[in-house]
Design a protein around this ligand. Sequence first.
Ligand code: FE
Ligand code: FE
Length: 394
Amino acid sequence: MERIGIYGGTFNPPHMGHIRAAEYAVSALGLSRLLVIPSCISPHKQLPKGSASGQQRLEMLKLAFANSPGIEVSDLELRRGDVSYTWQTVESLHQQHPQAELLLFMGTDMFLSFDTWKNPERILHQASLAVFYRGEPREQAAILEKKRFFEEQGAKIYLVENPVTEVSSTDLRRMLIFRCAGPFLHPAVAEYIQANGLYGTLENYQNLPVAELETVVTGLLKENRVRHVLGCSHTAVELARLYGADPVDARRAGLLHDITKALDGPFQLTLCREYGITLDDFSRQNPKTLHALTGSLVAHRIFGENPAVVSAIESHTTGKANMNTLEKIIYVADYMEPNRDFEGVAQLRKLAFTDLDKALEHGLRMTLQMLESQGRQISENSREALRFLEQQRK
Ligand code: FE
Ligand code: FE
């Protein structure tokens, strides 16, 4: 019996993760062919502003899969228009290929919420499900339970362990703005995006007026980070006025300090590689602190910020010896801005507005204590920052 795979999604944009997963599926499931079907309007997610059109996503997919045997890109859902419901797609493919076994691809999240889709029983009646999972034990129990539940109703479910590392499309779009998405894209797709100026790739972000900078930055952050960044930025301005630093630099550094924070570890490392930065062992093993370095690189290269702003961003997580006033301000503002809530934050706030050095020292000590209690590695920069402040006091 012919086995046809159905791989739907928004593909905004299609990336190497999609290509590898699709190629793997063809061989792992012994498919005669795989249909890659971009949705017209997804019932699951709204496409962000500035996204590629349906036609553009289709064209990019054709480029991405041009050299993948057995994989075809289909405009079925785009031609149908409107919201793309999977049951309709499955039904029309079943009519076209009544003898074939249809295998509908999905990730774990989609599988676990499959009951909430439109007409799931109609889908299961005409297609089997191929669930790509990551093999995390906690997830596995839930997946197996769901699988049993559907199978009791006569459905056929295949579990496929996915060896391909997942690429988040949101992060990928950030990487496009940071001009570092190359390694995650098929070269022809990368060229297409560039040639059509998709995803903000042709926009100039250098030296934006501060209000515009704020709009761009908040659009690139995760929702929960926006408040923190605005809080940090406003606090930095207050501290700059108090301690005689440039309030505009303070505002810009506050806005940009966590610009790469949302990116996963692998993206952080790619960013460094693409910008030609060699990392020390500490940074490689602690990609969470790496966002200070990558943020400063992006601030410099993409946003054209001045050296004072760039270096304040670079030192905002670990600190360093002999910090200048703006660097201290960003470190401290990040720690105690109004949205921060932890034991001792009130004391730190009070210190920040009375003695900047003491506030910095206090922040450094709190971080070191926390890292030590968690048995985590401590940056040499933080130790040096503290040593410097102690010596200065003597
Ligand atoms: Fe940060
Ligand atoms: Fe921060």
